[in-house]
Design a protein around this ligand. Sequence first.
Ligand code: SF4
Ligand code: SF4
Length: 342
Amino acid sequence: MDVTIIPPKTISLLTTYKCSAVCKNCCFGCNPRIREQLSVDEMKSYIDKSLSAYRSTLKVLVLTGGECMLLGNKIYEIIKHGKENGLLVRIVTNGYWAKSYRIAFNKLQKLKNAGLYEINFSTGDDHLEWVPYDNIVNGCMASVDLGLTCIVNVEKHDKSIFKVERFFKDERLKSYLFPTNNEKPNLKIESGVWIKFNKESEITYKDLIVYNDNSKGCTTLFNTISINPYSQMLACCGLTSEYIIPLRLGSVKESEIKHLYESQFQDFLKIWLFIEGPMSILKFIYEKRKVQYGFITGHICNICSEIFKERENIEILQLHYKEAMARVLLKYSLYAKSICLT
Ligand code: SF4
Ligand code: SF4
């Protein structure tokens, strides 16, 4: 297919799946026993290769996991490398290391000196079984005091006990969340839908209509070079991405990063996911299979994994995808041209 390539804006290194925590619904099944991690040389080389292919569009480097702070001193080296190459560097952490304000401040000072721009903390019911709430508060206060941008992401589902409001009611965070000088706060508290990955978990989304838009595409595709601890490039950082084989693009040890990234644009299904989204594709499949369906709700990535779960769905797509091809490629071409011109 002769389609416009949308260049990536972000490099996301899933540095390790080792974690200090064992959250019940961790999407990658992370835990302290996992050994696999990207080496410093690998990470630097992946950053360099990505930049040599897309220097003008890549702006952000994200270091995540697992728990990237378990990399020890290596993390400073990678942050420095990203910063020296003109990238805004963000880390995503569970905050296990922020045991007091002083400890958090000292650690963050070193991260900032290495070139860190933004830090994201993850918390919520599952995380709180492993990392106390006060760690997150320590981390937030110290980050903002050091001039870092700080975002907290709180797990959200129907039965969440811990809610974002806890932060807004915390007196210690008042001046950080509501600065009196009319400036925009450097601290943001957000909530993100937490997906069930553990059969015994009671997570539901009954009252949370998360995603039911027939025409909403998946914008997580086609903007990130995402590499896991096994040096595999993934098409997206979606929560179910490791479980959907077609989203694994291949090993960056065996193929060029540019080649793997651009190979996605030869896959009509990814273009379809990007333009019309998994809901639209799932409905297309159900109609062909004459499956009765009602109001489908759920996280966009859950709906996406539903498409790939059954062999019959893929067979239907192989047989009928051409019916959607002209429409989807036209929409894609108009969209890609508009963003590549800006
Ligand atoms: S802190 Fe994050 S990476 Fe670690 S187990 Fe929990 S969800 Fe997984
Ligand atoms: S919807 Fe699918 S393609 Fe998009 S982020 Fe989720 S898993 Fe990835």
